[in-house]
Design a protein around this ligand. Sequence first.
Ligand code: ADP
Ligand code: MG
Length: 237
Amino acid sequence: MTPLLETRDLVKDFTIGGEIVHAVNGVSLTIENGEFVAIMGTSGSGKSTFMNMIGCLDIPTSGTLMLDGVDTKTLSNDQLAEIRNQKIGFVFQQFNLLARTSALDNVAVPLIYAGVPRAERLRLAEEKLVEMGLGDRLLNSPAKLSGGQQQRVAIARALVTKPLMLLADEPTGALDTQTSLDIMAVFQSLNEKGITVILVTHEPDIAEYAQRRVLFRDGKVIDDALVKNRKRTLANG
Ligand code: ADP
Ligand code: MG
């Protein structure tokens, strides 16, 4: 089967003050459909830069990125945007929700770009919010929601276009321990329903909820192994 994602010698350089920083320095990684991967590493090891490239938010300096069998080098900016909108759902540490905008409208935003009519957008957004246990919070703005609720709105927004994979960059970084576990329960249950999850974390105990752990250091992968004694959230037994 074609891997969902395959990188070969992926490199991203940044030039700051005339000096080149090799943020990602030759990463070759294959991720199959249905995996739940945690990307770990200390701050500055290149995790976010790597995620931004595989999410088509940023273009590699060199190397190959294959998404669902397609070499992204062959794609135009419009085609990359389409992949980003249709195949990839993003979740961030700071939720990145629109303030003074209801949960419902926040979740419906990606469907605007997908050209879905408004009534259908709201129907699909409501469906996802109900799935996230927020059926009674549809009209709340982010300020009227807890951190965990806001992150579940963000996950609903990431899912509303039915993407192939979820990319989450430190999704529990702004949450307390119990709320972090609630969010990991959400990811485990989504993954069990078939969606591929790639999650960046620098917290070893969060990584234990994933199936596979990839360790970055200085822009390179220095370890890649299945998680032993994987932790399960109660909801998933
Ligand atoms: P992590 O997410 O693991 O903390 P990053 O991918 O954010 O690491 O950063 C990796 C390295 O690349 C760091 O040295 C960082 O300073 C540098 N870097 C990241 N983004 C940029 C940028 N836009 N411009 C310049 N340097 C950057
Ligand atoms: Mg980062």
